[in-house]
Design a protein around this ligand. Sequence first.
Ligand code: NI
Length: 206
Amino acid sequence: MRRPMGDTGAYIMVLTARHREFVRVLDGASPRGFNYRLPRRTLEMSAPATVLNPYAKFLGDARPHDVLDMTPVTLSRLVHHSDTAKLTHAPAPGKWSIRDILCHLADCEIAFGFRLRQTIAEKLHHIQPFDQEAWSSAYPKLDAHDALDTFASLRRWNMLFIRAVGPAAESKTVRHPERGDMTFRTIVETMAGHDINHLRQIENLV
Ligand code: NI
């Protein structure tokens, strides 16, 4: 049994042995006006939305698809006038440069793209986390513009996939080993919040 959601978002009550709280479900309306359907399984989960998507606070009320479509354009505009010295400058020892963040975004787009496809392809996909610091070891030898071009291409491919599977895919369940059960839509929202987090970082570095 599934519960249709309204156009302006909804609240679900999460009942557990330890606590009761209302968790705001991010606005389910999209520019294309699909109805976000919350699977019953979600009502039974105990994890708040902020646990499922640690970047929810960055997303706020923004529409995930709008953010995801715009990020490559915004990134391009932000770094357009930055030279190599600016792009590779680390703000503090051990902190990522703009180049490093762009490499990270390209890598994450690979990981998110894999997760989205496995969520649809498998009965219950188990997400495999990765160590982003370990992945970053190659970044000093990579180029910021290559990273941005790659990110933009992968993002376009992932958005084409998200739109190809359509609204019916939104409620497909997927399991994260630390955050618990979530849906395809949670991954999409996580991608958008993650974008905003790193866009703000880059805004502060240019
Ligand atoms: Ni990140």
